[in-house]
Design a protein around this ligand. Structure first.
Ligand code: ADP
Ligand code: MG
Length: 614
């Protein structure tokens, strides 16, 4: 084929492939345009997860009739003068509207302050109409129908109405946090209405908007951040370690007011919390970086959600340092450094001494993992109440030996029967630090993390019971009311039937709240609020693609975490041995549900080597 110039429509469709990934990208571009036009109110309407309809109306500057045609032409923008390094608007590439027009049916209706008459232009699959007069209020209304009708291949990749609709809410919330003075409404037949009235300017306004978007409880469980390093300023709010989530969806970051999704920032947050948060938990954060526009490149990707810092080390250091200092000032400190130093000293040898484990081969000596979770910060001295579930005696069913424990057994560990030494996990000899069972086999020393082990056993039991029948529920005397962001409420309610199979009875309780009437009997007394929040996260993470069975298992895992013996529970020798025997009988019990080992084994030979006896 000879070389030809691509048609304008094809060029735009290629650009659309990058800029317009899904309906939420259209919403993002249109909302950014409205904000760039100085709007104070935005009304966003969607239908069919944005695939049927997206409409964004604003009260901004409007577009003069004479410029409507330019607005939908490629590389036409009113936002960039001559310096690509000095970008102060959200948009600047002049590609959103032509891209959208090339893959959908786009109509723009607008009127400026001075213009006495409004006008309208339409683009359908790249075909631009003539500009027509049209009745309009001051501002602009952009309507996008039948997204991707002109590119059916892209349409096939959409995840379904609910997932797209949720992604749109997420985009709107992300941007809304950066513009607290602007009022947003998001509504349509595919969603529950989101209403964010103006929250005002300044620090107070920002905090009010954060509470509107993330729920009142976030500010109550967060610390304010304000730090400067060289010419970069970091402000915002970060959660205390006890207020954490199972995923990182609730981490919002902004660079000069632009919402970004940045790996460097995410990694810095993780690093800052590493000593006070379990590995599988995520802090909730809203961080704003203010930086000289010349020191950050926002033109990395057409969607403009990625950024590149001129000095990444400076930004990382600022985030890690500021969060750590803020946590420390609030009395939240990591486990003693002496303990972790000892663990580090131990670790290098571990690889050499490692033995493949019977259950899964996961045997690296790395108990430091849990140290942070168990003793992360000094609860007693912290003014904050952790949300750790309360431990309940009734949740012991999975390995209780019942009331028939003999007086001899209570008295001590007694003689160890020879047969027990020949089992895989041996005979329990002691419990230390109220969480670690020390056991002895014929040729090794076993240390079991009782919390992790029990969590795994509860999980396996839940899975098995599920296959057979619905799990028994325990009626609460008073229903517990849990406040949640509306999207989480929707997620939980949509899965109410599935949750009922676990014995968790939930229903909507007005806007932004869930009433819990029954909890799974197997879990005993748990922190219902934290359980519901974790389940909402779990569902958000795995909603669309999973089979019913896989979903049930994930929910079982989340629940098991709440029903397990927390560290800090003293066990009798018989109880410990019962736990060991049950672990041996349960496939997969060598790791907890999060993939951490539930026990480690030190071979006697290796211990002797450590002491120079070999
Ligand atoms: P960019 O935002 O990068 O300039 P777009 O294709 O998104 O490119 O928009 C093209 C131009 O159309 C903008 O530069 C702006 O002048 C105008 N425009 C788009 N949306 C609006 C709006 N809601 N209000 C006023 N002007 C708008
Ligand atoms: Mg734009």
């Amino acid at each position: 084929m000879p070389i030809r110039h691509l048609s304008e429509t094809m060029i735009n469709q290629i650009a659309a492939g990058e800029v317009i990934e899904r309906p939420a990208s259209v919403v993002k571009e249109l909302v950014e345009n409205a904000l760039d036009a100085g709007a104070t109110r935005l009304e966003i309407v969607t239908a069919g997860g944005g695939l049927n309809l997206i409409r964004v109306g604003d009260d901004g500057s409007g577009i003069p009739p004479s410029e409507l045609e330019l607005a939908v032409s490629r590389h036409c923008t009113s936002k960039l003068s001559n310096d690509i390094h000095d970008i102060r608007s959200l948009g600047f590439r002049g590609e959103a509207l032509p891209s959208i027009g090339s893959v959908a049916r786009l109509t723009i209706r607008s009127r400026t302050v001075s213009g006495d008459a409004g006008a309208e232009i339409a683009v359908e699959g790249g075909q631009v109409s003539a500009v027509r007069p049209a009745a309009a209020n001051r501002g602009t209304s952009v309507e996008v129908r039948d997204l991707f009708f002109a590119t059916p291949a892209r349409l096939k990749f959409m995840k379904g109405e609910r997932a797209e609709s949720t992604a749109i809410s997420d985009v709107v919330k992300r941007i809304a946090i950066a513009f607290p003075a602007v009022a947003f409404t998001l509504s349509g037949p595919d969603r529950t209405r989101l209403e964010l009235p103006t929250a005002g300017d300044g620090e107070d306004g920002r905090l009010r908007r954060i509470a509107q978007v993330m729920g009142e409880e976030f500010p109550e469980n967060a610390l304010a951040i304000d730090a400067v390093r060289e010419n970069v300023r970091l402000t915002g709010h970060v959660s205390i370690p006890s207020y954490s989530r199972a995923n990182a969806l609730q981490q919002y970051a902004y660079v000069n007011g632009r919402p970004v999704r940045d790996k460097l920032i995410a990694a810095a947050i993780r690093g800052a919390y590493a000593d006070v948060l379990a590995r599988d938990r995520n802090a909730v954060t809203v961080l704003f970086l203010t930086i000289d526009p010349a020191h950050v490149d926002v033109n990395v990707h057409p969607a403009k959600a990625d950024v590149r810092f001129r000095d990444p080390g400076l930004v990382r250091g600022l985030i890690v340092g500021a969060i750590r200092e803020t946590l420390a000032n609030a009395g939240i400190r990591p486990a003693t450094s002496a303990a972790s130093a000892m663990m580090n000293a131990f670790r290098p040898g571990a690889a050499a001494y490692g033995h493949p484990g019977p259950a899964n081969g996961h045997r690296s000596f790395n108990p430091g993992l849990r140290a942070a979770a168990a003793g992360g910060f000094d609860v007693a001295r912290s003014p904050y109440r952790p949300l750790e579930p309360r431990f309940s005696e009734s949740s012991q069913a999975a390995f209780d030996t019942g009331p028939g424990v003999s007086a001899d057994a209570r008295a001590g560990y007694g003689e160890v029967p020879e047969v027990m030494l020949r089992t895989e996990l041996g005979a329990a000899r002691a419990q230390v630090h109220e969480n670690y069972i020390v056991a002895q086999t014929a040729d090794s020393l076993i240390i079991v993390d009782q919390h992790a082990a029990h969590e795994r056993l509860v999980y396996e039991a839940l899975k098995q019971a599920l296959d057979a029948r619905a799990l028994p529920a325990q009626m609460l005397l008073l229903p517990e009311i849990i406040d949640l962001p509306e999207d989480d409420v929707t997620r939980i309610v949509a899965h109410a039937d599935m949750l009922r199979r676990f014995g968790l009875g939930v229903e909507r309780f007005g806007p932004g709240a869930i009433a819990v009437r029954e909890t799974p009997a197997m879990l005993g007394e748990t922190d219902v609020g934290q359980l519901i929040r974790d389940l909402a996260d779990e569902i958000a993470d795995n909603d669309t693609t999973e089979t019913l069975k896989a979903r049930l298992h994930k929910i079982a895992a989340t629940m098991a975490c709440h029903g397990s013996v927390r560290s800090g529970r003293r066990l009798l020798p018989d109880e410990m041995n019962a736990l060991l025997r049950q672990m041996e009988a349960t496939p997969g019990s060598g790791t907890c549900n999060h993939g951490r080992p539930t026990y480690i084994e030190l071979k006697l030979a290796d211990i002797e080597r450590l002491f120079g006896r070999r």
